[in-house]
Write a protein that binds this ligand. Sequence first.
Ligand code: HEC
Length: 273
Amino acid sequence: MNVLHSLVTLLLPLALMGVAHAQSLKVADRQASKTFSAQQLLADPTVRDVAIARDPVFGKPMTYRAIPVPELLKGLSLGKEDYVEFTATDKFSIGVPVRLLLPESSEGPKPFLAVETPEAKWPPIPDQGKETPAPFFLIWQDAKPGEISSEYWVYKLASLTVTDSPFKRWPALNVAEDLPPTHPARRGLDRYVALCISCHRFNGAGEGEMGPDLAKPMNPVDYFQPQAFRKFLRSSKSVRDWPDRKMPSFVEDVLSNEDMEALIAWLTYKARE
Ligand code: HEC
């Protein structure tokens, strides 16, 4: 083995480790993108301690060093109808409406980007081994139960990108325009893009890659017994369980009975379309 080769074998893994641990966040609109390190973000004058009364990821009160999301989005070109796609290092990806990210009133939920500090490392996420939300975590202060989708608490964040709404990006998800406004499939679609699209595609539509496509080859309403499907959504391990199971359990605070029926109405509508 020559010296150069041993140097390469010695240094390459170190270099790769460096990449894996690089704590940077990419923020992009349709024209340009910027990258921030954790250090840069923590140096922002608007960074503060943010107390969360009940953190849904940890199930208890938490305090984070965090920067207000509106501060982070400053200077980006975005419209009120746009969404911002939050993508995590584990391929989880969800679009959050700009109207929630840039709240017009001081009442209601306020979004922050939490940044892990070297002095106060975050604990592991319950049920996820040693994984913590680091390096960046989208959190919501003053959110009442059900007000903010559980999937909008995005951890292990890698990037934020301004995009169109999911209804515009994937028109195949929509229901027919002449469907009555009170038809539950409308509410069901709204819940689907808030709660499920992060991990599942639907007939190819979406960016989620953690779970299977929910329309191809078969829609779950066509193979689940109706009651077993409801039980599965409330607690996926009640149907099948294994150590690497990732499908969340949607408790009533997150998905009310009415919303669950609406979601199933939309899946059924799509299966019969
Ligand atoms: C955090 C990611 C995530 C979210 C959010 C999520 N799922 Fe899943 N889901 C999975 C994964 C991963 C699987 C595969 C089984 C597993 O690993 O638990 C799965 C499995 C499923 C299955 C079973 C497919 C089968 O037959 O095996 C259905 C049905 C399903 N999800 C529906 C939903 C619905 C409806 C929502 C929204 C209310 C949702 N999922 C939200 C990750 C997710």
